[in-house]
Design a protein around this ligand. Structure first.
Ligand code: GDP
Length: 197
């Protein structure tokens, strides 16, 4: 079932100013340019709910949207942009950690990775950190329409092997494309039952 209603609520750089944690919440994060804004727009069926970034790495805000008056979708800032200073990186880490530790209603973090790029330490370290802290997360492979079936399967196998170095089972993952809307139903079908628990 498609999203009926999607509204922007607030952007802020202080986790204390996020909306009251009165609804289930799902956060989306990944490297700058991974396709996060495009995925959010695809999921919600809106062309420009999240801004497709012209300048990667520049938005350091936590963006809350309310979906169908039922759950919060949170667009977290992109990480790993090469051209930011050490102090900006530390500010970013503080912001994300502050957010992750202050939302009792956060049911799952969607960690986006670009399916065309081999597993990156930065993404794996981020997932390991979530796992160590007992924060539930799933992986979202983006831009998959760019790969043929064979290349996509090979990439998934490579990922599987890397993830199994850390976990006994691979975390759940979703294959997506903002261009073809692949993965939309799967992600929404994953979110909705969790809302009812
Ligand atoms: P963000 O920085 O993570 O929010 O990434 P954006 O959504 O702004 O996308 C970064 C770039 O990747 C843009 O040029 C998008 O058009 C492109 N992009 C995003 N999703 C897809 C996708 O599913 N397929 C393809 N081919 N390109 C995509």
């Amino acid at each position: 079932m498609p999203v009926k209603q999607a509204e922007f609520i607030v952007s802020n750089s202080d986790p204390a100013l996020c909306p009251a944690p009165d609804r289930p919440e799902y956060a989306f994060i990944g490297r700058s340019n991974v396709g996060k804004s495009s995925l959010i727009n695809m999921l919600t069926g809106r062309h420009s709910l999240a801004k497709i970034s012209g300048k990667p790495g520049k938005t350091q805000l936590i963006n809350h949207f309310i979906i169908d008056n039922e759950w919060y979708l949170v667009d977290l800032p992109g990480y790993g942009y090469a051209q930011v200073s050490k102090s900006e990186r530390e500010k970013f880490a503080g912001l994300i950690n502050g957010y992750l530790t202050s939302r009792p209603n956060l049911l799952c973090i969607f960690v986006l990775v670009d399916s065309r790029i081999p597993p990156q330490k930065l993404d794996l370290d981020f997932m390991i950190n979530l796992g160590d802290r007992g924060l539930p997360f799933v992986i979202v492979f983006t831009k998959t329409e760019k790969l043929g079936v064979t290349k996509l399967q090979a990439m998934l196998e490579t990922y599987r092997a890397r993830l199994l170095e850390t976990w006994e089972e691979v975390p759940q993952w979703f294959i997506t494309s903002a261009v073809t809307a692949t993965g939309r139903e799967e992600i929404l079908d994953f979110i909705r039952p969790l809302n009812d628990e």
